[in-house]
Write a protein that binds this ligand. Structure first.
Ligand code: GYE
Length: 318
């Protein structure tokens, strides 16, 4: 039989012998944060993940990062595992709006504060400390206003919606349609999900352009740039000119979208800034220091079209 000391020495080499959590640069015990990410559906998401991971590393935070591959059940599992591990703070971006009450109550009962990043879950606001993200309804409004101004209030519109039941899909649609009520000459004649991915955006647009309603459209509203970029490929393959035959507005403001604007293939992209890492970890720090935090931190966003895309392009990091 090995003595406990020998066993401990061996296990220290193999797995670390208790108390093995990383130390922050200052030598203090590192803050442990569990982050449940949605997946990797878009360039926005990739930039968001990168921002979270690099900011955690910069601050010496022990980050437990979990990618749910678009599945709510995986996010719930990840949050339960963070609770079981007794992390200091849980942060997450909910893939859909509904269905978080039970797991967030479990976090609350365990005394673990939750910070919501990017998308808001549909729960009472005492279930989390703070929600950091853009105003998606306003993004939808801005996309519609741009389209109204540049089509003289006349457009036969196809809509590529984001992930069904997600906050950005629901809110962007809501904001867009709200503005449309002021323009009788503008209407959405087709609406279909492209799940926020380039491949689905392309697939849905391909099918649409072959149908009778597809032949009538002269505008496209895509809930994100990736779907717009996929749709652009389908429009070109159908022998049409994206940006001219079909005016295209989308949301995110990723680098590829700015390139497409400079090429005249995309007309407008409303920015939605994914670089939330610094704000999320400022909030984590405030929680640890027991400092007050606002319930809502709104990210400020800009807008790009032919007037400013080329100028912004060299500064884009994602
Ligand atoms: O617009 C889209 C991504 O939740 C704001 O999710 C985010 C959205 C973003 O897949 O590209």
């Amino acid at each position: 039989m090995k003595s406990p000391l020998v066993f401990c020495l061996i296990s220290a080499i193999v797995i670390g012998c208790g108390g093995g959590s990383p130390k922050s640069p200052g030598g203090k015990k590192a803050i442990v944060v569990g982050f449940s990410q949605i997946g990797a559906e878009s360039a926005w998401r990739t930039a968001n993940t990168q921002s979270i991971q690099s900011e955690a590393q910069k601050r010496g935070i022990d980050l437990k990062f979990s990618d749910a591959q678009q599945k709510q059940e995986n996010q719930i599992k990840a949050i339960r595992s963070f609770i079981a591990q007794g992390v200091d703070v849980i942060a997450f971006s909910p893939v859909v709006e509904a269905g978080w009450d039970v797991v967030l109550k479990e976090a609350k009962d365990a005394g673990i504060p939750v910070i919501v990043s990017d998308r808001r879950p549909n729960v009472p606001d005492d279930m989390y400390v703070c929600f950091i993200g853009s105003d998606f309804v306003e993004e939808g409004r801005r996309a519609a206003k741009w389209l109204a101004e540049h089509t003289g209030g006349k457009a036969v519109i196809a809509e590529l919606t984001g992930t069904p039941n997600s906050a950005p899909a629901n809110d962007r649609k809501k904001g867009f349609e709200e503005v449309l009520t002021q323009y009788p000459g503008m209407s959405i004649v087709y609406s279909q999900t492209g799940d926020f991915t380039r491949a689905k955006g392309k697939e849905v647009m391909e099918a649409l352009l072959k149908s009778p309603v597809g032949k009538r459209i002269n505008a496209l509203f895509a809930h994100n740039d990736d779907m717009a970029l996929g749709a652009i490929q389908a429009i070109e393959a159908a022998g049409l000119k994206p940006g001219k035959d079909i005016i295209i507005v989308s949301i995110d403001g990723i680098k590829d979208a700015l390139v497409a604007i400079t090429e005249g293939k995309l007309n407008c992209s409303v920015e939605c800034n994914p670089l939330l890492g610094p704000k999320v970890f400022d909030a984590v720090q405030a929680v640890m220091d027991k400092k007050p935090l606002p319930k809502r931190i709104v990210v400020e966003d800009s807008m790009f079209d032919a007037a400013n895309a080329a100028k912004e392009l060299p500064n884009r990091k994602y």
